[in-house]
Structure formats: structure tokens, C-alpha cells
Design a protein around this ligand. Structure first.
Ligand code: 9MR
Length: 450
């Protein structure tokens, strides 16, 4: 279980018991409404997050609100290409790690933002083109996703690649000029580097059914039909003084393609409608079972990139605004739907082994490769060590394994537990994974003790 999964189960367990922890005070009783955004969202199986800046972590008003209210963080700038690879092949993760550790130490999820984007590229990448840029970009995805492997809830793998206006097509950029398949190449590289992270496409001006959101919808549908690994779509939701009437319907049509949806950068211009628009976004997310969380793009108005627009939930002094109360009320009032388990891919019905153990496999495949997640479940006696056998189709080769020790790369291959996951209590389960080239295995794996 990764750190964030562990924290999430703790949060959910707390919520299920009707215990709300706010400002260090535990309030017991099912009738009590949650008093923070994160606790209330967690009761609905969702997260409520904020974009944060490493440079503000020394401000105690800021971190006080952050740790009290939010259970997800996104680095506002610290994991972007210019920040993480300022010169080619030299990676700097100091500030990204500060955001990561701030989130993990508070039991929060961490959204990774953003592996590839036409903006905020380092100068050296801006001056590249063609195959040199393509390989540099894919190397960037691989290196950054590998550095954060196992710790990121969702990655914005590609950000803002579609054009505004009515074309519904791609935005021109140096990345786009390397070939239309740059987005799927990025998603495949991200999956291979961090199989546990949900992989999102993220964009703005997509907050309703329009030409741009439909262009993205068609890309996601195509990716799903061809097995390109994509798990989620981020709707930035930088909103003005109105909200599209079909905001929720638009989220739902993406969810119906088989991806999660997330509100990733919410902020709303201050005006008569600010509180109502925030509430409408919150209700829309709660009404779509695959809408797994909301992130606001900053904490106090003074932290916002939208200088002078006061678009956030806390004023410059850190006081809760009317918009805050309206979001909290909407969270407390709503949400009869629960998002699917975050541990996907995993089988929906757990196996009930009669023998020592059993194993099931789930695959994320694409043309030419796959990532396999194998779930090992102990039988009625518990286990002190396990071995899983997998038969690979001809032409398939294993290229990497995690949380198990593999033997063989083609044909009949076996995987044994590593030191920390061999002991399973009766009925207990653990997961390991491997990736490979060629077609993924289709036969049920064998499992034996020892
Ligand atoms: O909030 C970010 C701001 O501090 C940066 O200067 C800016 C640089 O382009 O990026 C802002 O964040 C953007 C996000 O990464 C992607 N969607 C739009 C956000 C607001 O511009």
C-alpha cells in the first residue's frame, strides 16, 4: 500500500465512524457536519485540494489553512519542466520534493503538474525541434515520473495541448510539431515509469460542451479504443462570472468514456455570483460518480495568479469568504455517489482461494507494450512467502518488475515475494507489477506457497 493509499484509508475510516477532526478537536457523532473542506470531501470519497507554492511554506497563516482544510496538494510551478530540468539532463527536484513532502506529511494526496506543456519550458527545450525535442520530452517524462514513482496520486501528463476557439484541434507548439502522436507517447512513457499514478490530460476552457472540450473528448475516446494509457481528464475551471449550464453534463460525458474526471485549477472571478458558482461546481462534481476531487488554484486571494480578481476561498488575511461557506455547505449537503476504488486496476471480485494462494492479473496494454498488476491473495491459512507463475505469449518480454523478484523474461516466468510482502495473513492480499513489450499475458497466473 502506498503512502497516499494508507492515508486515504485512514481518512475514510475516520469519516465512516462519523469522527471529524478539525483544528485538533475531535467531534464524535454521525449528526455532526464536517467542518473542513477536506474532511467533508473525504466523507464523500473525494479529495479537496489546493495548488501551493514552495516559497510560501514558511508563512504560518498559509500552512495553517493548508493543513486544516485540504487533503490534496498540487505544486503551482515546482514540478514543471523549467523547474525540474533547467538544463538538459540535469534534474532539480528540491522544490518539487518540498511540495511532495508537505503533502505526504499531512496525509494528503499529491497531484503532479505538469510533465509536458507548451509553456514554462526551459530555454534549451524551446530551442529544440523534431526528433531531438521528442526524445528530450519523453526522457523528461520518464525521469520526472520515475523520481516521484509511487507517490503521486495523479499526473497531469500533458497540459493544454488543444487550441482555443472553434477548431477543436490541437494547439500549435514545438511539441505538436514533433508529430500528432506526441501525447500518446508521453502517456505511455508515464505509465511505464509510474504504473500506480493516474494519468490525466488537463486543459482550460473545457468547462462545458464546446468545440475544444469535444476535441479532447474525441482524443480520449480514441485513446481508450486503442489502449493508450489514460485514466483521467482534468478540467481546470478558471471561471469568470458565469458557469456553463452543461458543466455537469460535460463531466459526465467524459466519465462515460471510462476515465475519472477531476476539477484541477478552480478559481472564480469575484462578483455577485462567486459563491454560487463555487457551489455549482462542487455539486456537479458530487453528482458525477467518477469525479474524484476538486483542487482550487491557490489558498488566499493574495496567493492567486489572477491579481486583483480575488478568485479564491480565503481573503488576503486568511479569513473564510462566503465562497468558502458555500463550498462547505454544498459538500456537506451533497454526494450520494461514491467514486470507484482508487486502487484500480484491480479485479472487482476478490478471489476466494481454496489452496495456499491465488493470483489475478489486470492489464494496461497498448500497441507494443503493457503494464501488468498482479494481486496475490492468501488462502485460509496465511502465507510466509509466495511464488506466482505467468505464461507469456510468444514474442512478449518482461522489461521491468516491482515489488517482486522476477525470474525469466519470456515464456513461463515466475515472480517471488520480496522481503516486505511475503507474509500474508489468511485472506490477506498484496500487489506487485511488471511491464513488458509485446502482448500482455491473458491466462490466469498460478500461485503457490514458498
Ligand atoms: O499559477 C501559475 C503561475 O504562478 C505561473 O506564473 C503561470 C506560468 O504560466 O502558471 C500558472 O499556473 C497555470 C497552470 O500551470 C496551468 N493552467 C493555467 C494556470 C494559470 O495560468
Amino acid at each position: 500500500m502506498s503512502l497516499f493509499q494508507r492515508s486515504r484509508s485512514v481518512l475514510l475510516a475516520v469519516a465512516a465512524a462519523g469522527v471529524v477532526v478539525a483544528s485538533g478537536v475531535a467531534v464524535i457523532g454521525t449528526a455532526e457536519a464536517a467542518t473542513t473542506l477536506g474532511a467533508s470531501a473525504a466523507e464523500k470519497g473525494r479529495y479537496f485540494g489546493a495548488a501551493i507554492a514552495a516559497g510560501r511554506l514558511g508563512d504560518s497563516t498559509y500552512t495553517g489553512i493548508l493543513t486544516r482544510e485540504f487533503n490534496s496538494v498540487t505544486p503551482e510551478n515546482e514540478m514543471k519542466w523549467d523547474a525540474t530540468e533547467p538544463s538538459q539532463g540535469r534534474f532539480t527536484f528540491t522544490n518539487g520534493d518540498r511540495i511532495l513532502n508537505q503533502g505526504l506529511s499531512n496525509g494528503s494526496k499529491v497531484r503532479g503538474h505538469a510533465l509536458l506543456w507548451h509553456a514554462q519550458q526551459p530555454g534549451w527545450a524551446q530551442s529544440l525541434s523534431g526528433s531531438a525535442l521528442r526524445s528530450a520530452a519523453i526522457n523528461h517524462v520518464t525521469q520526472v515520473a520515475t523520481h516521484y514513482k509511487g507517490k503521486i496520486h495523479s499526473w497531469d501528463v500533458v497540459n493544454e495541448a488543444f487550441a482555443d476557439g472553434g477548431s477543436g484541434g490541437r494547439r500549435d507548439s514545438n511539441l505538436q510539431r514533433t508529430g500528432n502522436d506526441w501525447i500518446e507517447a508521453a502517456f505511455r512513457a508515464a505509465r511505464a515509469a509510474d504504473p500506480a499514478a493516474k494519468l490525466c490530460y488537463n486543459d482550460y476552457n473545457t468547462d462545458g460542451v464546446n468545440a475544444k472540450s469535444t476535441g479532447i473528448y474525441n482524443m480520449v475516446r480514441d485513446f481508450k479504443s486503442r489502449g493508450v494509457p489514460i485514466d483521467c481528464v482534468g478540467f481546470q475551471s478558471h471561471l469568470g462570472t458565469g458557469i456553463a449550464g452543461d458543466y455537469q453534463a460535460n463531466l459526465q460525458r467524459f466519465a462515460d468514456l471510462g476515465v475519472d474526471v477531476q476539477i484541477t485549477e478552480l478559481d472564480v472571478a469575484q462578483g455577485g455570483n462567486q459563491a454560487n458558482i463555487y457551489a455549482a461546481v462542487t455539486r456537479a462534481c458530487l453528482a458525477v460518480s467518477r469525479c474524484t476531487g476538486i483542487t482550487v488554484w491557490g489558498i488566499r486571494d493574495s496567493d492567486s495568479w489572477r491579481t486583483g480578481e480575488n478568485p479564491l476561498l480565503f481573503d488576503n488575511s486568511g479569513n473564510k469568504k462566503a465562497a468558502y461557506t458555500s463550498v462547505l455547505n454544498a459538500l456537506n449537503a451533497g454526494g450520494t455517489t461514491t467514486p470507484p476504488s482508487p486502487s484500480s486496476p484491480s479485479p472487482s471480485t476478490p478471489p476466494q482461494p481454496g489452496g495456499a494462494c491465488s493470483a489475478t492479473i489486470s492489464l494496461n496494454s497498448w500497441n507494443g507494450g503493457f503494464v501488468a498488476t498482479v494481486r496475490v491473495t492468501a488462502g485460509s491459512a496465511g502465507l510466509n512467502g509466495w511464488t506466482v507463475g505467468v505464461t507469456l505469449p510468444s514474442g512478449t518480454a518482461v522489461t521491468g518488475t516491482w515489488s517482486a523478484s522476477g525470474s525469466g523474461t519470456s515464456g513461463a516466468v515466475t515472480f517471488r515475494n520480496v522481503s516486505y510482502n511475503g507474509q500474508l495473513s489468511a485472506g490477506g492480499a498484496t500487489e506487485f507489477g511488471f511491464q513488458g513489450t509485446g502482448a500482455g499475458p491473458t491466462a490466469t497466473p498460478t500461485c503457490s506457497a514458498g
